[in-house]
Design a protein around this ligand. Structure first.
Ligand code: NAD
Ligand code: GLY
Length: 362
């Protein structure tokens, strides 16, 4: 096992650590701090199970008398009630009690659903995030947002529920398809313009190393992303205000995902393109200059992400964005870059949004 970095997320009695390194998944020591229980349930999917489930079983097998498993269908299109219910079926069929520890082994889809199941089974059972995609390691496994999609809106049904621990084994990123890896880079890039321009400079200098999956570059990207996210969530766990900046690009991005049908574009692809639209909006609001908007768009493109939105039509985009969780009394809210490294949430005139869509779609 190579050296590992720990990032703490400070939430009082719900604080936990995020362990980041190579070779963590097969190490029983990593899980030594978890509470004792009679059983564990590994929630994974048809793609991740053959790659990593046995390694996790080997690591936790000695801790639990029984290690059950539920294997979900793969894909965003399955992030729904029916698939969630398969987790409850497995918990009940195996007579799992309220001490049963749920392990989410997979990307953000598995993590969000396993977390929501953990939040609601017997009104809450312990759970551990073992993210295996870049996106999940830098974002979705951290911070306690759990959810399923509704056909009318992304992540509309869910709960805030923190894991006991997050274990990011960088080795798992080597089996990710390139398109999925690029999708994860979108959420890495996001942290620069909203919070840390030095990190944006670093990503620009290291995007090729990241795409080669250089271990040192991956370790830095995951650690710095988790540090920024932990800092924001530590101040505003339930998104009363500040946490919404983590949704940079997501108002447009969620509309792309719902408008095309979940799974057509990957979440990270929609966020990448949504950031292009949001920086265009920021530039038109006068908070950043054209050079910064071009710089960010170029980086998103270099990361292998789409920079032009699908031609859903402005009316459809606006209709979809009204269902976003940040909308208030029907007013759509956007995360805008106030100045490089700083973001805030605000509304924008419909006419301006239409100009942005005209400039960035099709
Ligand atoms: P995903 O979970 O669909 O995983 C992407 C694909 O990679 C899937 O086909 C998966 O089976 C496969 N995969 C996973 N690990 C692999 C590995 N190591 N090797 C090979 N293949 C692997 O998608 P994602 O990008 O990880 O997550 C996107 C989801 O996360 C969305 O539903 C989004 O809404 C959610 N999300 C949640 C939060 C949050 O705070 N809770 C934040 C961001 C995104
Ligand atoms: N991914 C946005 C958040 O966790 O708040």
């Amino acid at each position: 096992m190579s050296p590992r970095a720990d990032v703490s997320i400070d939430l009082g009695d719900r604080s936990y650590s995020i362990q980041i390194g190579s070779g963590l998944l097969g190490s029983p020591d990593i899980f030594a701090g978890l509470p004792k229980a009679g059983a564990a349930l590994i929630v994974t999917n048809t793609t991740v199970k053959p790659l990593y489930a046995q390694r996790l079983r080997d690591a936790i097998g000695a801790r639990y008398a029984k290690v059950h498993e539920v294997v979900l269908p793969d894909g965003e299109a399955h992030k729904n009630w029916e698939t969630l219910n398969a987790i409850f079926d497995a918990l009940l069929a195996n007579a799992c009690d309220r001490k049963t520890v749920i392990f989410a082994l997979g990307g953000g889809v598995v993590g969000d659903m396993a977390g929501f199941a953990a939040a609601s089974y017997m009104r809450g059972v312990p759970f551990v995030q073992v993210p295996t995609t870049l996106l999940a390691q830098v974002d979705s496994s951290v911070g306690g947002k759990t959810a399923i999609n509704h056909p009318l809106g992304k992540n509309m049904i869910g709960a805030f529920y923190q894991p006991l621990q997050v274990v990011c084994d960088l080795d798992t990123l080597h089996t990710l398809p390139p398109r999925e890896f690029s999708a994860g880079l979108a959420e890495v890039i996001k942290y620069g313009p909203i919070a840390d321009m030095a990190f944006l400079d670093w990503i620009e200098a290291n995007v090729e190393a990241l795409m080669r999956r250089d271990t040192a570059a991956l370790a830095h990207a995951v650690r710095r992303s988790c540090e920024i996210k932990a800092h924001v969530v530590g101040q505003d766990e339930r998104e009363a205000g500040l946490r919404a900046i983590l949704n940079f690009g997501h108002t447009f991005g969620h509309a792309i995902e719902a408008g095309l049908g979940y799974g057509e574009w990957l979440h990270g692809e929609a966020v990448g393109c949504g950031m292009v639209m949001s920086i265009e909006l920021s530039q038109r609001l006068g908070t950043v200059d054209r050079a910064f908007a071009t710089r960010l768009t170029r980086l998103i493109e270099r990361a292998g992400l789409p920079v032009r939105g699908p031609a859903l039509g402005p009316d459809r985009y606006i209709e979809l964005m009204r269902v976003d969780k940040k909308a208030e009394a029907g007013e759509i809210k956007f995360v805008v870059i106030d100045a490089p490294g700083h973001a805030s949430v605000r509304g924008a005139p419909d006419a301006l949004v239409r100009d942005v869509l005209a400039a960035t779609c099709g």
